[in-house]
Design a protein around this ligand. Structure first.
Ligand code: FDA
Length: 496
């Protein structure tokens, strides 16, 4: 198994439950237990925040045009990475648990009609009957107590955004979460150490969040059949004449020193390195002739889930509050808009002072897709995505938020993303696609052209889920693994 995010964690649990010894290679660190147990917060990030960089690279890059969020740091195997392509940057989690370590915990189930449209080979009723409930239960999804939401201090910012959205005639909805809302309530009461209320999110949470290392991966480890090797980056996949796969991985220490190049053999290989990671591994294998029979579909169908970030300036009498939960709990649901569907999470600005800023991450329906190519000179995947391809996402976000501004006589913030642009769509938190289901793989994630080779992560989803994606990635992996276990896997396979 390569990687340890949502797709990989599902595969690890289901394989090990079936008695299959499983080795998981993860390029990041383990953050549960041991010397590197604690994450740093967003207000004073240190080397634990960022994957091998001299300076942190927070998504909200400026405030009043000043770079207040970022710090100079020591190069280290930190938990959040930003992979920069020419006209798009992609944030990803690095560590045992992948994106679950750094994400906002929003656990949203997609709309049935949109799932049917994006993944036509999937039996949609079966997904909602079996695999979404299974995924939500294993992930530990919970809902906020609506009475507490109305009175607590830490969601004043969300209540203000809700009022302003309603004034514009827009619907809002609570967002389920894998952050324990009961823990959050106790944070606000002062009876437990703060995490969401201490500006912890994109660089990890020390408390409260049910990340994969506490759910799927913990359960897989309890079977006794899972071994996890950290700080192992897989670079190459080869097929041996006997049908086994050989992986070549670089092992480093947390400061980046190369400890060695290791080789692993396996008769069955699951790629769960995420949209970027799994796509790059297969592209490299195809283009260097190691797996020449891979489909030309590998590298296609990439999208950033139409992500657009934006801020609105509030009137002085509309305060957002100094104490803000770093875990979003409310979304503006304008997905039924026939021209410009938008699902926008009301995002926190947990800086500890009043900012009069309302921040949003809008998910839009952008039909544009990017494509990866393999760059021999750098031995890496290059994403072909132009700024112009992001324009439909901005148009959609603008249509919704122009309505909110008109209804509330407010304006956009122009100081948040460097320059004077009010909309930021040059980065995404939600990379999806590259090895699309039923195109580069069969309808269950088996990679076309090779036996016993599977993709199990966000690379399978063609660019868009219409909501935050990890519940969909998890449920799809559950569905695929059920089939693969029934048809392909005999217990007691081995790795060496
Ligand atoms: P994922 O990216 O989780 O895991 C891949 C793992 O593979 C990583 O640990 C990586 O280090 C490892 N890897 C990669 N290449 C490797 C190699 N060659 N060798 C070894 N290991 C390798 N979603 C959501 O639904 N709700 C939310 O609130 C948010 N919020 C959010 C905030 C932020 C800041 C980010 C960055 C992302 C989110 N997301 C989110 C997105 C969500 O986290 C994301 O969609 C999933 O983590 C993707 O799951 P995957 O299984 O595809 O891979």
């Amino acid at each position: 198994m390569i990687g340890s995010g949502y797709g990989a964690a599902v595969a690890a649990l289901r394989l090990t439950e079936a008695g299959v010894p499983t080795l998981m290679l993860e390029m990041g660190q383990s953050w549960s237990g041991g010397a590197s147990a604690s994450f740093c917060g967003m207000r004073s990030p240190d080397e634990r925040s960022t994957w091998f960089a001299e300076r942190t690279r927070a998504p909200l890059s400026s405030f009043l045009w000043m770079d207040l969020a970022n710090r100079t740091i020591r190069r280290h195997a930190g938990v959040l990475d930003r992979v920069d392509f020419d006209e798009m940057s992609v944030y990803v989690g690095r560590g045992v648990g992948g994106g679950s370590l750094v994400n906002g915990a929003m656990a949203v189930t997609p709309r049935r009609d949109y799932l049917a449209e994006t993944l036509p080979c999937v039996d949609v009723p079966e997904m909602y009957r079996t695999h979404f409930p299974r995924a939500r239960a294993e992930l530990g999804v919970n809902e906020i107590d609506p009475d507490w939401f109305e009175t607590c201090r830490s969601y004043a910012y969300a209540r203000l955004s809700r009022k302003q959205a309603h004034r514009a005639g827009l619907a809002t909805t609570f967002v389920p979460s894998v952050y324990d809302f009961d823990y959050l309530r106790r944070e606000e009461e002062g009876s437990v150490p703060r995490s969401a209320l201490a500006a912890e999110v994109i660089y990890g949470n020390n408390h409260g969040k049910r990340s994969l290392d506490q759910t799927y991966l913990a359960a897989a480890l309890r079977t006794g059949y899972l071994t996890i090797r950290t700080l192992h980056e897989v670079r190459e996949i080869e097929l041996e004449p006997d049908g086994r796969y050989t992986l070549t991985a670089r092992e480093i220490d947390a400061e980046g020193t190369l400890l060695g190049v290791r080789r692993f053999g396996t008769d069955r290989l699951f790629l769960g390195a995420g949209s970027l990671g799994s796509t790059e591994l297969l592209l490299r294998a195809r283009e260097t002739g190691r797996l020449p029979g891979l489909s030309t579909e590998v590298g296609r169908g990439w999208g950033g889930n139409g992500n657009v970030m934006l801020g609105r300036a509030n009137h002085l009498w509309n305060t957002t509050g100094r104490l803000q939960s770093a875990m979003p709990a409310l979304g503006i649901d304008n997905w039924d808009d026939p021209e410009h569907p938008v699902f926008a999470e009301v995002a926190p600005v947990p800086v500890g002072v009043e900012t009069w800023l309302s921040l949003y991450l809008a998910i839009t329906r952008n039909p544009e897709r990017g494509r990866f190519s393999y760059d021999l000179a750098t031995d890496s995947a290059r994403l072909c995505w132009s700024a112009a391809q992001g324009q439909p996402a901005i148009d959609a976000a603008k249509a919704t938020f122009d309505r909110i501004n008109r209804a509330n006589r407010t304006i956009y913030r122009y100081d948040l993303f460097g320059g004077t642009r009010p909309f930021e769509n040059r980065f995404t938190y939600h990379p999806l696609g590259g090895v699309v289901l039923d195109k580069a793989t069969d309808a269950y994630g088996r990679v076309r052209g090779y036996r016993n080779l599977y993709v199990t992560d966000g690379a399978l989803i063609p660019g868009s889920t219409g909501v935050n994606p990890f519940v969909t990635i998890t449920a799809l992996a559950e569905r695929n693994l059920e089939r693969v276990l029934a048809e392909d896997v005999q217990p007691a396979r081995s790795f060496s």
